[in-house]
Each structure stands twice: as structure tokens, then as C-alpha cells.
Write a protein of this length. Structure first.
Length: 182
């Protein structure tokens, strides 16, 4: 593993990478509007459930399989489409995956066809030589971090109140990544 490979992955998972992530919240905005999440404790529970039982579980497994040398990315994309719980969640992962592939292609000068986000990321990251658990862990952390930012804006939680939620979820992020890789 090189530092350059790790920095490339961190760049791809950064909020500055143009995926349009700000436009999606995996249902979090709905939960906030319905007053199901009114503080840090409910946010932590919601995000923990996403990691243990929700769409992030599917994303993590698909990403882990997409990182494998003999990955069938077409089959993985079909599986992920079939497991998308809602039309909105499917549109989210398709739109973000297409944006990811387009931007990586522009950065690298290589062909990266559109795919659902975990498939597109796995296909691109497989060439970095990073441990799969590290790639999946950093992916999950980036998504959870973005969702904490949604809550900071819409609950509203303060920045200081959002950070302990993210810290408290670190073991759940690591556990979800380990399950996905296994």
C-alpha cells in the first residue's frame, strides 16, 4: 500500500468529490421532518441501524465484492439494484455512481463506465492495492459523516454535538466493514 493510493481513496470519498451527495440523505431528512430524529441520541440510533440493517449494509457487501480480482461487476450491479429498498435509494446510488465514474475517468484518463456507487467505487479502488477492509471502512465513514452533516443542518445539531455521534459510531462502522468483507 502506498500513501498515494490512500490519498487517492480519501480524495474520492471526500465531500469535495463531485458526487452530488448533498442532494441525498438515505431517508434521514424524512425522519427529521417527521420528528423521529430530534437529537443526537436518535441520530446515533438511526445511523447505527443503517450500518447494521439498512442500505449501507448492502452497499458495504457490494463494495467488498466489487474489490475482488474476479468480480462480476455487472452481476453485482444487478444484485444491488434488486436490493435497493426504494426507487429514491436506487436513484441515489445510480446518480452518485455515474458522477463518481465520470469524475474518475476525467481524472485518470481511463474508461470508467457508469455503475451504482459501490460497484463504481470498488471497480476503481481495486487498482489501488488497498486492503478491502480499509476501503469499505473509509467508504462507510464518509457516508455516515455526510449524514451527520445533514443532521447538523436540519435537526439542527451543532457541529460540536454532531462529532460525538460520528465518534460513537466508529465501532459500528468497523464492524459493518468487517462483516461485509467476510
Amino acid at each position: 500500500m502506498t500513501q498515494q493510493a490512500l490519498l487517492t481513496l480519501v480524495q474520492w470519498l471526500s465531500p469535495a468529490f463531485p458526487l452530488g451527495s448533498f442532494a441525498y440523505s438515505q431517508g434521514l431528512e424524512w425522519a427529521i421532518a417527521g420528528e423521529k430524529i430530534t437529537g443526537a441520541a436518535q441520530l446515533e440510533q438511526w445511523l447505527g441501524d443503517l450500518l447494521a440493517h439498512g442500505g449501507l449494509t448492502v452497499d458495504a457487501v457490494v463494495l467488498a465484492r466489487s474489490l475482488e480480482d474476479a468480480a462480476d461487476h455487472g452481476h453485482l450491479a444487478d444484485t444491488a439494484r434488486a436490493l435497493a429498498p426504494t426507487r429514491e435509494r436506487l436513484a441515489e446510488t445510480e446518480d452518485q455512481g455515474a458522477a463518481f465514474a465520470r469524475t474518475v475517468a476525467a481524472l485518470t484518463g481511463t474508461d470508467h463506465p457508469p455503475a451504482l456507487l459501490p460497484v463504481a467505487l470498488g471497480r476503481a479502488a481495486s487498482g489501488l492495492g488497498l486492503p478491502p477492509a480499509q476501503v469499505v471502512t473509509l467508504y462507510l465513514h464518509s457516508v455516515v459523516s455526510a449524514l451527520v452533516q445533514v443532521a447538523v443542518r436540519f435537526v439542527p445539531l451543532g457541529q460540536t454535538e454532531g462529532q460525538p455521534v460520528l465518534s460513537a459510531l466508529a465501532p459500528a462502522i468497523e464492524a459493518a466493514a468487517a462483516r461485509a468483507v467476510a
